[in-house]
Design a protein around this ligand. Structure first.
Ligand code: ADP
Length: 559
């Protein structure tokens, strides 16, 4: 990535008074988190070398008066006007500090049901979502970014069809991602083809909704513009590490953190591309950084400034942290392993298992040094005490991966050459550094002289700008093309299986988009959802290329 776009992001979002560089930010954050000189210097090194970065709110607010350091929050929404507008207020307080909020609106009675106090009829969850959306519009987070929300409705809520259609027109409820929380019972009926069976009956109007109408609504919505996302309620709760505290029905905006109402979670990601030596994973370095990252994130729970007391209480009860990976595809590119291969999935699964195991071990050590998380009794950790009820996650790393100049989260690279607009709409040309390096080697071996090699390089880059892919370039060797596939070159099955490989060793969930070509059919989308359920994903987002007009990443404008 060009340093100018990174500089412009740093300036627009992270620099505080008196700071002028990324190193200044690292110094402030390390000083706020480290317990002594040694730890401050270790934390500084981890961040300044881009081996580890915490989520944006930590980079923005650590060591400042604001002091709110978490990216992820979920809130409780009740069925009374007081409770609904309390949640609007709490959401606003969270957005102000840079956090994102998730809500499950299923407690709100369906549209058309009677309201005792006014003898009127209820307006239903979707109308209230519009209030949350409008509130988000007017609050710019600490002046730095607009808030993000997740809106969830359980598949058994009578307004489910209206919910699924609530984002049908692009631009509607635009500050929300929406997801349907489906359960195994529903998925089993779908799989058995019981589409005509009544699924829900509206208690007041008597309206009957069939399994097929809900399922087709979900599929149509995804096909049309990528929403709703789907969350798997039973899988989330089978893997709930603290069932003693109840059931989980909500996630944060990008879905990687299923949380109890009022819980928050601070995220941080290790940049896997920085942990390779001589064509192998440097496990010694990765172990060291994992242990430091766990300490760093755990420390935040005590140093954090919480927006409301309920959040402080719920967060300190479980002390969940969200350590994840980014730069995963970059690491595979360096190692020469295709993303969409058994070998690629095996490498990722083993690596995540290692990080998870070390992370748990460090959390165990912390429990002995300090104390275990308060809700340990009755949790999955009763026999092996830890300080954090959940340790691992996979965040989108939308901004921090740009700072670290690596591929985001576990996503495959979107394009090896593209343009990107910064916060003030200035356009930058980006060329993937590993791609450029390997392309240089290839053109040198194919070309007869320096000028031909320049020509071939230009041709390859132009083709990527136009089509997004190197797959159609005839003179490129097959093994190069096999490795340098993009998110769109990779088939949906491999996307799902990669997410499943990680999920085996991740406590929370995973933020991932299953990319599909524009030609994908509704039947294909159905197959993705069924595979995802069978592969024990906790949730997913599907995006069919070109189905939305506005996308963040673009191929060059002449494409
Ligand atoms: P970053 O790279 O900036 O640290 P991520 O892209 O990894 O952030 O997102 C992590 C989480 O941060 C999201 O799931 C969401 O909860 C929260 N988040 C992301 N973007 C926003 C935003 N614009 N407003 C509020 N919260 C956000």
């Amino acid at each position: 990535m060009t340093s100018s776009i990174i500089d412009s992001i740093i300036k627009a979002r992270y620099l505080r008074e008196g700071e002028s560089s990324f190193e200044d930010i690292c110094r402030r954050v390390a000083k706020a988190m480290g317990k002594d000189e040694k730890e401050i210097s270790d934390f500084y090194e981890e961040m300044a070398s881009f081996r580890f970065l915490p989520n944006s709110p930590t980079l923005m607010n650590a060591g400042t008066k604001l002091g709110q350091l978490s990216a992820c929050f979920t809130l409780y929404v009740g069925d009374s006007i007081e409770e609904i507008f309390d949640a609007v207020k709490w959401g606003a307080l969270i957005h102000k500090t840079g956090g994102g909020t998730g809500y499950n609106f299923s407690n709100i009675r369906p549209e058309g049901e009677s309201v005792c106090s006014t003898e009127g009829v209820a307006s239903g969850p979707i109308s209230f979502m519009k209030v949350f959306n409008a509130a988000t519009d007017v609050i710019k987070q600490g002046g730095r970014r607009r808030g993000a929300n997740m809106g969830i409705l359980n598949v058994w809520h009578p307004d489910i069809l209206k919910f699924i259609e609530s984002k049908k027109n692009e631009g509607d409820i635009s500050n929300f991602n929406i997801s349907v929380m489906v359960n195994d019972e529903f998925m089993r009926l779908v799989e058995a083809g019981e589409f005509d069976r009544t699924w829900i009956k509206h208690s007041d109007t008597g309206e009957e909704i069939t399994v097929g109408s809900v399922w087709n609504g979900i599929i149509d919505g995804i096909w049309a513009n990528g929403e709703p996302g789907v969350l798997f309620y039973d899988e989330i709760n089978r893997k709930n590490m603290t069932p003693n505290l109840g059931l989980i029905d909500t996630t944060n905006p990008c879905g990687e953190q299923p949380l109890f109402h009022f819980e928050s979670c601070v995220l941080g990601s290790l940049n896997l591309s920085k942990f390779l030596i001589e064509g192998k994973l440097d496990k010694t370095a990765l172990e060291r950084s994992t242990r430091l990252a766990v300490r760093f994130l755990d420390e935040i729970i005590d140093k954090n400034v919480y927006p409301i007391p309920q959040i402080e209480e719920a967060t300190k009860k479980t002390r969940k942290i969200g350590l994840g990976l980014m730069g995963v595809h970059d690491a595979l590119l360096i190692l020469g392993i295709p993303y969409d291969s058994l070998e690629g999935r095996k490498f990722c699964e083993d690596t995540m298992e290692f990080v998870n195991k070390i992370g748990i071990d460090e959390s165990h050590r912390l429990s002995e040094e300090k104390s275990e998380f308060p809700a340990l009794k009755g949790s999955a950790w009763e026999d092996y005490a830890v300080r954090n009820a959940a340790v691992t996650t996979i965040a989108p790393t939308g901004t921090i991966s740009i700072l670290a100049d690596c591929s985001s989260g576990i996503e495959p690279v979107f394009s090896y050459a593209y343009t990107r607009k910064d916060t003030v709409q200035k356009t930058f040309e980006i060329l993937h550094p590993i791609f450029e390096r390997e392309l240089d080697k290839v053109v040198k071996s194919v070309a007869k002289n320096a000028s031909e090699s320049e020509e071939l390089k230009r041709e390859a880059i132009d083709t990527v700008h136009k089509t997004g892919s190197v797959q159609g370039i005839k003179w490129l060797p097959d093994d190069f093309k096999r490795i340098f596939k993009t998110a769109l070159d990779i088939d949906w099955r491999s996307h799902v299986l990669m997410q499943a490989a990680f999920q085996k060793h991740v406590h929370a969930s995973i933020s991932k988009t299953i990319n599909m070509p524009n030609s994908a059919t509704k039947k294909d989308i159905e197959s993705v959802l069924l595979l995802a359920w069978h592969e024990k994903l906790k949730g997913l987002t599907i995006y069919r290329t070109g189905s939305r007009q506005s996308v963040v990443l673009e191929l060059s404008s002449d494409s």
